[in-house]
Ligand binder design. Sequence first.
Ligand code: ASP
Length: 340
Amino acid sequence: MKRKVLLIYTGGTIGMEKDYATGSLHPFNFDNIFRKIPEMNLLECEVSVHSFAHPVDSSDMGPDDWKQIAIMVRDHYESYDGFLILHGTDTMSYTASALSFMLRGLRKPVILTGSQLPIGDLRTDAKENLLTSLYYASLYEKDEAVIQEVAVYFEYKLLRGNRTLKYSAEFFDAYRSPNYPLLGQSGVHLNIGRELLYRPGKDESFCCDLHLSDDVVFWRIFPGMKAEQFLHLPTTKVLILQVFGSGTIFNDPETEGALLRLRKKGIEIVVISQCVSGAISFGKYVNSNIFIKAGAISGHDITAESALTKAMHLIGNPRYRASFAELFATDLCGEISVEK
Ligand code: ASP
């Protein structure tokens, strides 16, 4: 039986072609994709293409676009076996992370890919990324999808979406998942680390949750930063603070006072690391005690992209009964390495 994949084209480099006369890039009509990559006709799956009305550079994408993609998956969930989202590379990790919180109880693959060079370029990486992503998006065994989560496929690697970050603006090998192993790797064979794949709870059924709050502020601290800057924090419900190493910050009474004041106002403080690999560990150094005193939440080994979208998903979401702190510390869909 031929599996059916819905390909959703949102924009980005992958859908561009080069005008060799002028050297500039412009989007091509994605409905012509089968003519551009005739190999798509050889795949053992049936592909339908849906293109955003106005394909965008992914730096123009945000919560409304994430919702648009989630709704498309929700509305076509029963009619397709898998979903492939073609996306600009710059913010693909944000979209993948957001979708992982919005599309819960997935029993079908949702794969994101893009490319560093346009599809029409002689040396393009788009073709391999697209064809192998389609393979993963249509991979079933004994009538069960092998991948049942939001994943990113790029340059021979299959990664958990909410663990990824864009690592290189230059190399084809552009994504990393520093705190979680690769889900799969394609070489001569297309391999999958089955024991690493996410599986929803047995009784969990698919649901699409569109709640995304914009009451989240993201700050990166830096050496020499003045505590008084915390007084200028815009009105918000959550402050994600990207701090040093395993969770350290300036050990001075002003910073402590500032953070305690924010907490008194009811602002949740989530602490994540500026290091891309490793985890926050409160109490390891004196310079993290401030966070314990202030009742800040450890983001553990979460990526910045996941922390931001998880906070947007959780804060004020009527779906949950538990507190924000409790939920943030819980592994909801494979985004942090803590017990479920
Ligand atoms: N600026 C582009 C985007 O993110 C880059 C790319 O697609 O590679 O949409």
